[in-house]
Ligand binder design. Structure first.
Ligand SMILES: [Fe+2]
Ligand SMILES: [Zn+2]
Length: 448
């Protein structure tokens, strides 16, 4: 008989069945048992060895790159698996002929790129992916660089949230005090960390206060310059909010200022509004009123989807006609109250009673529904649940996102003995975000 092909437990049974004397049987049983233990031992060892080899293979193997049609597949030692379009790789070659690393920009001309190009050879090592193209050109990509440009949707979302734009956090009157961050003027001007903290608060909540600001027009100018450039509008580089004898705008009156966004009649609406309180009325009133348009929009989407749909799709014409610096102007911009992007994400809020044009170029059958929805929206934005009040003190700058927040002002007494004087200035979001990304890069939070 041959014991070899049988499992050792079967072999033990076979031994028992053999017509052998007791001593021989015992010897054979011992042999089977011993062989069985050895085999288990060998088997465990071999499993361990193979497991260890497997672990070793998982921890330290080389990356593997393969071409799969229009995609390059990259298996990394960490277990990550990425796919990159062949054409995207060629387009983003990092060699000095294709990319200028000083300017951080692509320098190859579009007509030098072959959209039918194929990788002729592809290799990956622990640092980089190397591609030899069918036209003889060679490209190399650091693995870290590729990982940072991963096409996985979750990696793309992380990049969008951490580098492109920080996610917004909505607020209402109830949690306004807890989200409102205060920054000392000199800290923001002198410290990168405070500067970043201020811009991050602006990106997330759309509002912040700066305190201990020197009471000069230069203070606001300096802050705007620190971000990049202040935004010049038809009201100038800065504007003063106080009674003027030749008032051209309701903001220069002491009456209640209805909730609105500034310059919603501009396609490029100024992004960040900075209101430096130089003198505040000692009397009643003069509070700034703020409502988070983003919060309101998200709320309406759930509580009244019909009104939300109407307000986010029916185009409204916003206008401003006037005279400034001796010249007439007539601004027009047509966009819904809630303006979303192509993906349905909130972009901006537009709201103003005086600056809403009588030219309503929406389909006739949508107009009645629009007025009803606008009424619901107006009640919501003025509701004490949603509207925050803040009366700034001299030395404070109220800074708010004019793309997202709706603001107004309570009426106040403005007479020779009881004045109120604010200086206003805008900075655009493009400039603020351009600075914020660099500040986040310097803090080691993101890469460029
Ligand atoms: Fe305003
Ligand atoms: Zn190249």
């Amino acid at each position: 008989m041959s014991l070899y092909p049988l499992p050792w437990s079967w072999a033990a049974i076979e031994v028992n069945n053999l017509s052998l004397n007791r001593r021989t049987k015992k010897m054979l049983r011992n042999l089977v048992a011993s062989a069985s233990r050895s085999l288990v031992s060998v088997s465990r060892k071999s499993r361990l060895v193979s497991t260890q080899t497997g672990v070793a293979a998982q921890q330290h193997p080389k990356p593997v790159a393969t071409v799969d049609g229009e995609l390059v597949s990259l298996q990394l030692p960490s277990g990550e698996h990425h796919k990159f379009p062949v054409m995207w790789l060629r387009d983003n070659c990092q060699c000095p002929k294709c990319f200028n690393s000083q300017q951080m920009s692509r320098i190859i001309y579009w007509d030098e790129l072959d959209t039918n190009i194929k990788p002729a050879d592809i290799q990956a090592d622990r640092e980089k992916l190397s591609v030899k193209w069918s036209d003889g050109h060679s490209s190399q990509y650091k693995l870290e660089w590729l990982q940072d440009r991963s096409f996985h949707p979750e990696d793309q979302k992380k990049w969008l949230d951490e580098t492109y734009r920080l996610p917004k956090a909505g607020w209402n009157a109830e949690n306004f005090e807890s989200i409102l961050q205060r920054f000392k003027y000199s800290d923001v001007v002198n410290s990168q960390e405070h500067f970043r903290g201020w811009l991050e608060a602006m990106a997330k909540y759309g509002v912040a206060i700066m305190y201990d600001t020197p009471p000069t027009v230069e203070s606001l100018r300096e802050l705007g310059d620190k971000v990049m450039y202040p935004r010049r509008t038809h009201y100038g580089l800065q504007y003063h909010v106080k009674i003027k004898p030749d008032a051209t705008n309701v903001a220069f009156l002491k009456d209640k200022l209805e909730m609105h966004t500034d310059l919603m009649y501009c396609e490029n609406k100024p992004g960040i509004n900075m209101l430096h309180c130089v003198v505040q009325t000692k009397g009643v009133g003069g509070d700034n009123l703020l409502t988070d348009g983003y919060y309101l929009s998200e709320k309406l989407k759930v509580t009244n989807p019909e009104a939300y749909k109407t307000l986010s799709t029916v185009p409204v014409t916003w206008s401003d006609v006037g005279k400034h610096g001796g010249r007439l102007f007539y601004f027009l911009y047509r966009t819904p109250v809630i303006t979303n992007d192509l993906y349905g994400e909130f972009v901006r809020i537009n709201y103003s009673q005086p600056q809403r044009s009588s030219h309503f170029t929406a389909p006739l059958e949508q107009v009645v529904a629009w007025y009803k929805a606008y009424d619901i929206f107006t009640k919501e934005l003025n509701s004490p649940e949603n509207q925050a009040r803040i009366k700034t003190r001299p030395g404070e700058i109220l800074i708010f996102d004019n793309i997202r927040l709706i603001h107004g002002r309570a009426a106040y007494d403005d007479n020779p003995g009881n004045e109120r004087h604010l200086i206003g200035q805008f900075v655009d979001w493009d400039e603020a975000l351009a600075r914020l990304r660099v500040l986040r890069k310097d803090a080691g939070l993101v890469k460029i």
